[in-house]
Ligand binder design. Structure first.
Ligand code: WT7
Length: 653
């Protein structure tokens, strides 16, 4: 079990030349103001970005059931792309905005893209979009590798007021098609291929397949990544050719603060993924502020977040936050272990990275490869380390701290979600005494509360545990579910009335520090990626030989959680290893490789209540190999199925 007293060093100095943006007394003072007078606090902080028409109304938010409505800076107008590019041109036009590092350093050279070049490319791309008929408010799906064009596409959409929806390049054609249809996109931007870890995903071919199930009018803009041959249809447009012709000037549209900047699909505990909608004004203020404060970003720093722009981390902390702050951000196309397990550290050394932000799953995998891979490289430029996506176990935390940070780089363990837009709980470098595994303290404006799970009562005091809710709105909060505001209210505001419910459990320790204990709903966290068990189940039952399926998480050494599927076959179907393989391939093709079950157990029957409800609590316990504590099974329609499941469980040591 994690203990609080593993490490409680005084906050270390984090910069040799400059004081941290926020020290402990400043944090306390600012936090107090942020929650006692949010109007004044955010009224001031909103000025960190440029507005076309300044706002006069700061906060207008309600978590009231039946009337959830969230607006920040609502009468202000701005342009996100101009905030991330144009406003820096005068002072830092020749500064590098994006350092692009390819998948294979032997095949491709790194690129250094200045703010001036970024401006040129984004304007060109925006003009290409306009030429294809994309207008303000239209949706554009982006299905690209981690190449500079992904950032250009995001910022080009923002420039003309189109709403982007990025689909991670690891998702299948089916998942892509569902998202194109879900948001009613006019255009998909893709590439020929996506090189990753020395292998190539056929993005264009996937897109072709996806578009078979979409409206005929959806157009396709294709970026050349590898240049290898692809199919070409009448809906396709050559992005490189069009950009070469396009004008390098494109005015930035005036956009309302509350107009959507992007939609990002994410898994929930029920049904298919939902389109999380983020705003333009509040989101950007929050992404910029958290990026600057949490990572103590200073001018001249080289900041690297290893995420993919297909996830919210890539939106807020590769593109929007760093660029709004005029920073230099590294965009990495590859994976931690290709060409070898030293890749991350080689890139840190090569580009003299100062802030490094990654996920615990990567740290655990690299820890397994051995510290000699780290020690080959000069990591003296590193100043701050970050962790995101899942709770970090103390062993991984200590390795990160000792081997990578050499004990001199504070680790910020940032807890947040696709829905929150930016960091919610995190230590701040230079302000927080660190505790391995704790997300610790709320960011400005965030009011965490611990509730008793069943009664929903607020649990006061320290040394307590319950579910994590947030009491009031913050500017980065999602505004709605695309096309389904009711689902937004139901998912986040109905279980605990008047609060935003995170879906996570948490503990507040004796010092008042927060520890996330993991999801309390049917969402699992596989390698820092969120997966709805319902989604995997519906993929499985879509297979003709499957009658029923139940999916739960189980502890996995590297991934954090693995996917454990109980499958009941149709009458007359025989279980076999070949069928198991077939189902794995099936789920990969229905959703994507990240959804592939790690373990499939043949289940002649599933434990159900007499009313037919699957008792997941029991399935979870068996998957966790903790079936000694199954609890009450007397309400089951047929208690004997449990014995069979235990006898045939897949994960015995
Ligand atoms: C879920 C959100 C936005 C970050 C990327 C994942 C878990 C995230 C932490 C952390 C413990 C964490 C939670 C959360 N999570 N960060 N530092 N410590 N748990 O975003 O896909 O929306 O997933 O990830 O369970 O609810 P996401």
């Amino acid at each position: 079990m994690m203990t609080e007293d593993l490490l409680a060093a005084e906050p270390s100095p984090v910069h040799e030349r400059q004081a941290p943006h926020v020290d402990a007394p400043t944090y306390a003072r600012m936090y107090r103001q942020s929650v006692t007078d949010p109007e004044a606090f955010w009224g001031q902080e909103g000025k960190r970005i440029d507005w076309i028409r300044p706002y006069t109304r700061v906060k207008n938010t309600s978590f009231e059931p039946g009337n959830v409505d969230i607006r920040w800076f609502e009468d202000g107008t701005l342009n996100v792309s101009a905030n991330c590019i144009d406003r820096h041109l005068e002072t830092r036009g020749d500064q590098v905005a994006i350092i692009w590092e390819p998948d294979d350093p032997e095949k491709d050279a790194a690129q250094h893209i200045t703010y001036r070049e970024l401006h040129r490319n984004v304007c060109k791309m925006a003009n290409v979009l306009k030429g294809l008929g994309v207008e303000k408010g239209d949706r554009v799906v982006i299905y690209l590798p981690m190449i500079p064009e992904a950032a250009y596409a995001m910022l080009a959409c923002a420039r003309i007021g189109a709403i982007h929806s990025i689909v991670f390049a690891g998702f299948s054609p089916d998942a892509l098609g569902a998202r194109i249809n879900g948001c009613g996109a006019k255009l998909v931007i893709t590439a020929d291929y996506a090189p990753r870890g020395g292998r190539e995903t056929k993005l264009k071919s996937n897109t072709d397949t996806a578009l078979l199930h979409c409206d005929d009018h959806v157009q396709c803009l294709v970026v050349k990544r590898t240049g290898a041959q692809t199919t070409w249809t009448a809906q396709d447009h050559d992005c490189n050719a069009l950009m070469a012709e396009a004008s390098a000037e494109c005015p930035a549209e005036e956009i309302g603060a509350e107009d959507p900047l992007f939609i990002l699909y994410t898994s929930g505990s029920t049904g298919q993924p939902k389109g999380v909608v983020h705003s333009s004004g509040g989101y950007l203020v929050y992404a910029a502020m958290t990026h600057q404060i949490t990572f103590d970003y200073h001018d001249g720093d080289i900041y690297w977040c290893t995420a993919d722009v297909g996830w919210v981390t890539g939106h807020s902390y590769i593109v929007y936050g760093p660029l709004a702050n005029g920073g230099t951000t590294v965009m990495f196309e590859g994976v931690p272990t290709y060409p070898d397990a030293g890749r991350f550290w080689e890139v840190c050394d090569k580009h003299k990275v100062t802030q490094f932000y990654t996920a615990p799953t990567a740290i655990r995998a690299l820890m397994g490869a051995g510290k000699e891979w780290v020690e080959k490289y000069d990591l003296s430029s590193l100043r701050i380390l970050g962790s995101v996506g899942e709770p970090i176990n103390p062993e991984a935390w200590n390795w990160y701290n000792d081997v990578v940070g050499k004990g001199r780089c504070p680790i910020v363990d940032t807890f947040w979600q696709t829905e929150t837009g930016g960091h919610m709980l995190t230590p701040l470098p230079g302000a927080t005494k660190l505790k391995p595994g704790a997300a610790q303290q709320p960011f400005f404006g965030v009011q965490p509360v611990v509730l008793e799970p069943t009664s929903g009562e607020v649990i006061e005091g320290n040394g307590v545990e319950g579910v994590l809710c947030i009491k009031d709105s913050w500017p980065g909060q999602m505004r709605t579910v695309w096309g389904d505001h009711e689902r937004f209210e139901k998912t986040y505001f109905s279980d605990y009335k008047g609060y935003y419910f995170s879906g996570d459990g948490c503990r507040r320790d004796e010092d008042g520090d927060y520890w996330i204990t993991g999801r309390v709903d049917d969402v699992i966290n596989v390698s820092g990626h969120r997966m709805g068990t319902a989604e995997v189940e519906s993929a499985l039952v879509a297979h003709e030989k499957v009658a029923e399926a139940a999916v739960v998480g189980y502890p996995h050494e590297i991934k954090g959680q693995g996917i454990y599927a109980y499958v009941t076959l149709m009458d007359g179907e025989e279980p076999s290893d070949a069928l198991r393989k077939e189902l794995e391939v099936w789920v990969r093709s229905e959703i994507g490789p990240i959804a592939k079950p790690d373990l499939i157990q043949w289940a002649p029957g599933l434990p159900k209540t007499r009313s037919g409800k699957i008792m997941r609590r029991i399935l979870r316990k068996i998957a966790e190999d903790d079936f000694g504590a199954l609890g009450d099974t007397s309400t089951l329609a047929d208690p004997s199925v449990v014995d069979d499941l235990i006898a045939n469980r897949m994960n015995r040591a």
